[in-house]
Write a protein that binds this ligand. Structure first.
Ligand code: ASP
Length: 323
């Protein structure tokens, strides 16, 4: 079951990517580390919403916490292109007025989600890419880091394994080697929605490849009248099916509930098309939906009661109360 009943209070949902480590390869220590990383992100977003802050600030704070955590494929810990470089994509959208900002193919800003937000708030544009995006971020005074900050042995090894498999024509089907992304969606106490997504993309992607995360309507969407969505999965398919916007459209024009629309897209539309992955979604009433069509999706939810709920595999969310 992926649906969670609405309440009048705030709602925040996060993901740390679909394409999780296979259960057979997971250790209790690693599993605990993933849950802890998700809880830190939920707590960062919850703190904003509990003080009456905006959904936009909450999703930014939640995604920053995930970008800072090397376990997830965004910011620190981003995956490598086939050329051994990191190229990050991020987007943010404000459901109040559909303001949106995105960056693609960047490496340098410590928190790519802040780069996307700066584009939204200060550039007059929606998407900036590559070197020019970096120049803009420097002019905005964003914090930068050296490549060594973003490096993780695990992602570097994943690249070597992927390149070796490509050469030999083999594929072990291990999604955790290929993907990951982080994202957050929120409804604040004023009923406003926002979404944010940040990613290193897919391991061994071609240099210059841009996935769904920074494409508004594919991997990221927010519109107060319908829902806020952040996606994770095989980006090319999510772009071709305009996944996030498709969910919003089903709600707007076909009168489907958040749960119906998101399951129809993730399970019935993307899966048969080869679009392995999932989405997190929240609607104007505060309902949350977290469907995925693969082995798992690092995910979590928090509401006004402050209980942090997280899960990885096809399992109920595990509650964590102590703060
Ligand atoms: N959607 C991301 C991309 O295609 C990757 C992922 O979420 O696994 O860049």
């Amino acid at each position: 079951m992926t649906g969670i009943t609405a309440s009048d209070d705030f709602a925040l949902a996060i993901h740390g990517g679909a394409g999780t480590i296979l259960r057979s390869k997971m250790t209790p220590e690693r599993e605990a580390a993933y849950h802890a990383g998700l809880r830190r992100s939920l707590e960062a977003g919850r703190a904003v919403l509990a003080e009456g802050g905006s959904a936009l600030d909450a999703v930014s704070a939640a995604v920053m916490a995930l970008e800072d955590e090397p376990l997830f494929n965004a910011g620190r810990g981003a995956v490598y292109t086939s050329a051994g470089k990191q190229e990050m994509d991020a987007a943010v959208m404000d459901g109040r007025d559909r303001a949106a900002g995105a960056v693609a193919g960047i490496c340098g800003p410590r928190n790519p989600i802040l780069a996307a937000r700066a584009v939204m708030e200060h550039s007059g544009h929606v998407v900036l890419i590559g070197e020019s995006a970096l120049e803009f971020c420097r002019a905005q005074g964003l914090a930068f880091e050296e490549p060594s900050y973003f490096y993780t042995e695990q992602r570097w090894q994943a690249l070597q394994e992927t390149l070796a498999m490509r050469k030999s024509g083999a594929d072990d089907g291990d999604e955790s080697r290929k993907h990951g992304t982080v994202g957050a969606v929120a409804r604040d106490r004023s009923g406003n929605l926002a979404a944010a997504t940040s990613t290193g993309g897919m391991t061994a992607k071609s240099p210059g490849r841009v996935g769904d995360s920074p494409v508004i309507g594919a991997g990221t969407w927010a519109d107060n009248e319908t829902c806020a969505i952040s996606a994770t999965g095989h980006g090319e398919i999510f772009i071709r099916y305009a996944a996030a916007h498709e969910i919003a459209s089903r709600m707007r024009y076909a009168g489907q509930s958040l749960e119906e629309a998101s399951r129809a897209v993730v399970i019935d539309m993307l899966a048969p098309a080869g679009g392995s992955g999932g989405i997190i979604a929240v609607d104007h009433a505060g309902n949350v939906s977290l469907p995925f069509n693969c082995s798992g999706m690092y995910r979590g939810v928090v509401r006004g009661d402050g209980v942090l709920r997280t899960a990885i595999y096809d399992e109920p969310l595990i509650s964590f109360q102590g703060r």
